[in-house]
Write a protein that binds this ligand. Structure first.
Ligand code: HEM
Length: 155
């Protein structure tokens, strides 16, 4: 009896958890659009994007060794470049995890990495064509030469 009640409570919790993830994807990760993130650009409510991840750093503002000013300047936007420019330590990078709240929406991510893939693919196919055509041509010339020599010998 006791066990049954416990498992039904667990099931309820599970359902509540799933409902809470709302707009999130199957994996339970929450995705935020740039528009949503931009709204959190004040000292009492500060979100940042670093490497396509979203951080709620409201409680960290006063603790930041680099001061809250610099964070406020980047609030609600992509701070990846500034974060990397400073050359933050491994400790600083590990601290980020505490403030992680989700991922930047796929539609709002920079398409650079995808472009790279296209460039690589087109380069690969280009080099393939430049290999195959001369190779086929060489084989054909070889065959023709053989036939020519055979005919020449027999006549
Ligand atoms: C949530 C994100 C951030 C965390 C967790 C963080 C954490 C830290 C930590 C721990 C330090 C001490 C030095 C170190 O360990 O590297 C530091 C220094 C610093 N941070 Fe950040 N930081 C964040 C974002 C930023 C951003 C976005 C900027 C720039 C716009 C920035 C600018 C600085 C500067 C200028 C210092 C150097 C302070 C000095 O050496 O006097 N930080 N940060």
């Amino acid at each position: 009896m006791g066990e049954e009640t416990e498992s039904s409570v667990n099931r309820e919790n599970q359902i509540i958890k799933e409902e809470n993830t709302g707009t999130s994807e199957e994996s339970g990760v929450k995705y935020y659009t740039v528009e949503e993130i931009q709204a959190h650009n004040m000292i009492k409510d500060t979100w940042l994007i670093i490497h396509d991840k979203v951080y709620d750093i409201t409680s960290f503002m006063e603790e930041h060794p680099g001061g809250e000013e610099v964070l406020l300047e980047q609030a609600g936007s992509d701070a990846t470049e500034s974060f990397e420019d400073v050359g933050h330590s491994t400790d600083a990078r590990e601290m980020l995890q505490q403030y992680y709240i989700g991922e930047l929406h796929m539609d709002d991510r920079k398409k650079e990495s995808k472009k790279d893939v296209y460039i690589t693919t087109s380069k690969e196919s280009g080099s393939l064509t430049s290999w195959v055509i001369p190779a086929v041509a060489a084989v054909l010339v070889g065959i023709m030469y053989r036939y020519y020599m055979l005919e020449h010998k027999s006549s």
